[in-house]
Each structure stands twice: as C-alpha cells, then as structure tokens.
Design a binder for this molecule. Structure first.
Ligand SMILES: *Cc1c(COP(=O)(O)O)cnc(C)c1O
Length: 388
C-alpha cells in the first residue's frame, strides 16, 4: 500500500522569487539591517494596507512591544485584552510594566464589545478624561484587539467604546494581513489600520513569512517614527553614539526583507487559495457528523488564515480524541489556545465575561491550511473526519 504523506497544519510557501532575492542580498553582502530591501518591504506593506508608514521589526512580538511604548503604556497602567488568544498578544503589556484585564470573546472568537462595554460600565469611571479602574484606581489606558485567525473583530463597536472611554486601540493583526472591511463605516479599511497602532507578523506559520519578522503601522506619523527610533537602539546621533531613551535592537534584516518582498508578490494569490480551500472544507463538513466550520465576519474580505472546525457535544469523540485520530492518519491539527487568564503569571489578573471563551476553548480544532495544501490532501482530511 502506498505510504500516506504527512499533511502539516501550516507551512511556508516559497514558490515565488524568494531564492532570487535572498541570493541578490547575499551577493551584494547587504545581509544585516542595512540595505534597500527593508525600506522596500516597508513600502510594499504600507501601500498594500493603505497607510503612510510601516516600520519593520524582527517579530510580531517585538512589534507589539513597540506598540505599547508608542501608546505610552507604562508602569501602573492597565490594558484591556482578550483572554482567548496567543500569549504574545498579552506579554508586551507586562514588558511595559502594565497589567492586563482579560475580557471574553464573541462568536467571531475576537474580544467582545458587549463584554468590554459591560466591564467598563460596572468597573470604571472617567476622571479628567482618564478611564480609571474603580477597584485598583489604575488608569486603563489602552485596549488590545486581536483579529483571531484572520477574522476581523467588531471594530465599529470597539472603536465607539474606545472613543467613549478615551482608550488607545492596539490592533494585533499578526494573523490578519490582507483582511479588510467591504461594508460599513470602515469599508476599504484593512485590519491594523483602524485603531491607533497595528502590528503584523511574518513568523513561519503566518500568511506570509520572513522566517521571523513583524511590521508596525500607525495613523499617527510621529508614533511610527518613534517605533523606528526605539527599534534602532534609540540612536539620536549616529556619529557620536548618542541615545535619547532606552532603545532595542528590534530591526529586521535585509535577508529577511528579501523573503518578505518575494512573499508580498504572492500574498493575494495565497489568500485566494486559502478562501478556496476554506470553501472546500465548509461544503464538505459544515453541518455534517456534528461538525461546524466557523464563518468569517460578514461585510469583510478575510484572509482566511486559519480554519476552525467546531466539534459539537453530540459527536461520539471528544475534541482531543479527534486530534489524536487525525494524527494517526498523519494529519496535523491543533486545539485553539488555552486562555491567557489561566496561564502562569496571569492567573491573578482581573477577568470578565469569559463564558464563550471557555465554550470555544474546548471545542475548536484548527485544520490544515497551508497555502500549498492540495485538494487531494484536503479530501483526505475530510474523509478522515467524516469516518470518526
Ligand atoms: C503570531 C502571533 C503573535 C506574535 O508574532 P511573532 O512574529 O511570532 O512574534 C502575536 N499575536 C498573535 C495573536 C499571533 O498569532
């Protein structure tokens, strides 16, 4: 019998000009943080998401740390954040010396505007234009919104709440490059460009990759320049090595940018493939054998980065048994993240409205979704799932 191939969850796709551009960078000897490809990659992203300035950095995590500093989040502040997300969305709040307040999700898996609003109405008050937590007296300065799996959070509602409570909005768009609104007040607006700061990631599992990398965008031009400054050791005088604040070496290299430039040429094609394979899974699995394929928000063009299979309670197998059964068939899947509020070092933080987060936490499996996933492989995933 023919040996079955391994079907990975999400792997890079280097079928464009990656080798050519990386080779050019090596031949030119511009392999470190200088060179023309970093500014070129920044401009490609800025043009694509229709913003004036994009600042490259060496990971989505460092981009989110820069975002906290751009927003002036510091010691003693508090920041509203989703509990159902990857921990890198929340750790930068702590890097900045602030504390997260965890809020549950809505059916989009993103932070729930209803829960945020209820929390603020019952726990906070506006004092001299500052949103103050009545129980800790701390200034709740910002809100982190994560566009989970490439699905847009409810930005019209969240932005309205942010305006009412004077909150800075940081969009963790690390999973959502290419997602935008097609309808409503934000029609044409990309994930990451609606709030005050947006961050993209180019980690190996993201929709495009530079191995590791990130990009920060902002509607405040001086904030973007501040991010660039902080990412380059806050050097204020090149020749005499003067630094006007505590900076970081968070720069992207020209070698990584070479990958990024080549990947950007393929991004729209990757998204079309993701949408096609999503529709394939949806038609084959949704409503069958106690499975649901979770939808992406209406009125948006999502990048369809990750596909969520929801296993209903009536299914004879548990979610984790399904993951194991797929693994036996050499199909790699994974459960959605454990809640951040239950992680070490976060279990004493305030939390509110997490019922749906616990519901989804126990029922979601992410299916193989690489941009080079074939119909045959997706069919094998479907056949295996329907046989369980
Ligand atoms: C990937 C990811 C990050 C971090 O990006 P890195 O480039 O891996 O540092 C942050 N938040 C979320 C939600 C992510 O999925």
């Amino acid at each position: 019998m023919e040996e079955k191939n391994f079907i990975p969850l999400s792997v890079p796709n280097f079928s464009g000009k990656e080798k050519e551009y990386v080779n050019d960078a090596v031949v030119s000897e511009w392999v470190s943080t200088g060179g023309s490809l970093v500014p070129k990659f920044e401009q490609l992203i800025a043009d694509y998401v229709k913003t004036d300035r994009a600042v490259a950095c060496n990971s989505g995590s460092s981009g989110l740390h820069l975002a906290m500093m751009m927003a002036g989040v510091g010691a003693g502040h508090e920041v509203l954040a989703p509990t159902l997300t990857f921990i890198a969305a929340v750790n930068p709040i702590r890097y900045a010396g602030a504390q997260p307040i965890f809020i549950g999700c809505d059916d989009s898996l993103c932070i729930s505007p209803e829960r945020v609003s209820e929390y603020l109405q019952s726990h906070a008050e506006l004092k001299d234009g500052k949103c103050i937590n009545k129980s800790t007296s701390a200034w709740i300065k910002a809100m982190v919104v994560v566009h989970v799996f490439g699905n847009l959070a409810d930005m019209p509602a969240l932005m309205q709440i942010a305006k009412q409570w004077n909150l800075i909005v940081i969009e963790d768009s690390t999973e959502a490059l290419g997602t935008y609104y097609t309808e409503g007040v934000y029609a044409g607006k990309f994930a990451g460009t609606i709030g005050d700061v947006g961050v993209y990631s180019f980690n190996g599992n993201k929709i495009i990759t530079t191995g590791s990398g990130g990009m920060v965008v902002s509607n405040h031009p001086e904030w973007a320049e501040h991010a660039k400054h902080l990412s380059t050791q806050a050097k204020s005088d090149e020749l005499n090595y003067k630094h006007d604040e505590v900076g970081y070496n968070y720069r992207l290299t020209n070698l990584q940018a070479a990958l990024g430039v080549a990947q950007m040429e393929q991004l729209e094609g990757f998204i079309q493939h993701k949408i096609e394979m999503y529709n394939f899974y949806f038609n084959a699995l949704n409503g069958k054998n106690h499975y649901r394929i979770l939808p992406f928000r209406e009125g948006t063009r999502s990048n369809h980065w990750f596909y969520s299979l929801l296993v209903e309670d009536e299914h004879p197998l548990s979610r984790d048994e399904i993951i194991q059964a797929l693994q036996k068939e050499k199909i790699q899947t994974r459960p959605i993240w454990a809640l951040i509020q239950d992680q070490a070092d976060y279990d004493k933080n305030e939390r509110y409205g997490d019922e749906l987060a616990y519901y989804y936490l126990n029922r979601i499996v992410n299916l193989p979704c690489s941009t080079n996933l074939t119909k045959e492989d997706a069919q094998r995933v479907v056949d295996t799932l329907l046989s369980l």
